[in-house]
Design a protein. Structure first.
Lengths: 255, 247
């Protein structure tokens, strides 16, 4: 599904964040990207979203080299994702309206996209139908993030990219939304790449955890987490063990 | 956003102060509010509405043209780093020049009709609106833009769905800020080369006929014109920017 081949990327006047970096993510996998601040987590996500281009190397998704945002990828950010001047309903409809604005051109809209209004379904499914007429400033952080997820899912993506989506939420809401994300990814057969700085979140959501370290990142350090999503996994000895291991690795990296 | 009740109370206070000062001064040049009000009512049948309509047309035309020209310019410059680099220094140099000094030049080029008067208002308002809209567009959180990009939005869709609605409050703020200037400029442009308009009416009654109550009736009409424009912008803001007023 996603293939990075010898990718090098750095911002102007700064040392590269990725150098000769390769990574393969298969269809339907759920990945968490973990690492300390400034290691390039969000940059990796922006590369996958087509919002940044590698300096050298190649990044392809579903067999196509990525040169711009791909209509079948959905990006969910921690904040600012919703338009403050639009109601929840209008925000969830936004992606569809953008597609309608361009028509089926294959560039902004997938050529095989069937225009249909599934907004009501997603509002209902994510439990935000009763706040559909409210503005983002009138609803809770959890509801805002649900609206952002609904907006992305209304576009029927095959790849979900999330940048620390739950970090500003309280523990209960965060847990609820993590479970919801797991269920939705399984149900919709989505590939998930989620960036987080929280070890527990990475272990609670990622079937594979990619650990980034001090730049430049060269070899991908991947930790398998096969039991994620199974009942009783959260809080189990296996999850604690992986959390400890990741904590030690991150600690060594930043020490 | 001003509450109408507060405006009404403020008007009462101002009228009281006016009444007291008029009584203290006791000169024909400062008639009391009641005298002005009765002349105002009389003048309503005596051509004042006609002057009002001329002024309203000029100020509305100047403001509308400024918005139509300045909003796309502000959005384009604010939404593009390259354009911002090229055009912002130009605006930086032109903005502080007091455009009112160009009145004779504009009259020379456009003649003495309405066109020159509207053009002067346009010159002044254009920069105020363009600068505010540019700053608003340039100050949008990059995450919002990225998130729209990721939904497939290209440049055109970004302008339609983000830059324009995000700049609406700034456009209305710019308009509100410009109303005072616009009405002041209107007065200056109507002092000469016309026989219609509140500026002419005030000047003619005050300086030629020395009919001070009528002059003040014109001042009241001009204040009502400004107030009407203020309320219109408030109304537009309530209609178009509902999200700003929710709790």
């Amino acid at each position: 599904m996603i293939e990075l081949k010898s990718v090098t990327f750095g911002y102007p006047h700064a040392s590269p964040l990725f150098e000769d970096f390769s990574l393969t993510i298969s269809r339907g996998e759920m990945w968490a990207v973990l690492g300390p601040s400034g290691c390039g987590k969000t940059t990796l996500l922006y590369l996958l979203a087509g919002l940044r281009q590698p300096g050298s190397g190649q990044l392809s998704i579903a067999g196509e080299i990525l040169t711009r945002p791909r209509p079948r990828s959905g990006l969910i950010l921690q904040d600012y994702g919703l338009l403050p001047w639009s109601t929840v309903q209008a925000n969830v409809e936004l992606g569809l309206r953008v597609r309608d604005f361009y028509g089926e051109d294959g560039k902004h809209t997938p050529v095989d996209f069937q225009p249909g209004n599934n907004v009501a379904y997603w509002l209902e499914r994510l439990g935000i139908a009763e706040v559909a007429d409210k503005f983002p400033s009138q609803i809770s952080g959890g509801q805002r993030q649900r609206a952002a997820i609904a907006r992305t899912l209304a576009l029927e993506p095959d790849l979900l990219l999330m940048d620390e989506p739950f970090s500003s939420l309280d523990a209960i809401t965060r847990g609820d939304l993590q479970n919801l994300t797991l269920n939705l990814c399984r149900e919709q057969k989505l590939t998930l790449v989620m960036v987080t700085h929280a070890i527990e979140e990475a272990v609670g959501l990622g079937k594979k955890v990619l650990l980034l370290g001090r730049a430049p990142n060269q070899a991908a350090r991947i930790f398998e987490n096969p039991d994620v999503g199974q009942s009783g996994f959260r809080g189990s000895p296996a999850s604690h063990e992986l959390c400890d291991l990741l904590w030690r690795e991150m600690h060594d990296e930043t020490a | 956003m001003m509450k109408r009740r507060d405006v009404f109370l403020a008007a009462l206070v101002l009228l009281s102060v006016w009444q007291i000062v008029a009584m203290l001064v006791n000169l024909p040049i400062l008639p009391d509010p009641y005298k002005v009000f009765s002349v105002f009512v009389r003048e309503l049948q005596n051509g004042l509405p006609n002057h009002f309509v001329f002024s309203l047309w000029r100020v509305s035309a100047g403001m509308t043209l400024s918005v139509l020209a300045a909003v796309p310019v502000g959005l384009a410059i604010g939404g593009s780093k390259a354009w911002n680099r090229i055009f912002s220094p130009l605006i930086y140099l032109l903005y502080p020049i007091p455009k009112v000094v160009f009145v004779p030049v504009v009259i020379l080029f456009l003649g003495i009709g309405d066109m020159a008067k509207i053009a002067i208002m346009f010159l002044i308002l254009f920069f105020q609106i363009a600068v505010l809209v540019r700053d608003q567009a340039a100050g949008l959180p990059p995450q919002l833009i990225q998130s729209l990009h990721s939904l497939g939005a290209g440049r055109r869709a970004l302008f339609r769905f983000v830059y324009l609605p995000a700049s609406l409050p700034a456009i209305l703020t710019a308009l509100r800020q410009s109303i005072g200037t616009a009405v002041a400029v209107l007065y200056i442009t109507e002092l000469s080369a016309t026989k219609y308009g509140l500026g002419y009416y005030i000047y003619y009654n005050g300086s030629t006929l020395l009919d001070y109550p009528a002059m003040y009736a014109g001042v009241v009409a001009m204040s009502l014109l400004g107030l009407g424009l203020y309320f219109s912008v408030d109304w537009l803001e309530q209609k178009w920017c509902k999200w700003k007023f929710v709790t």
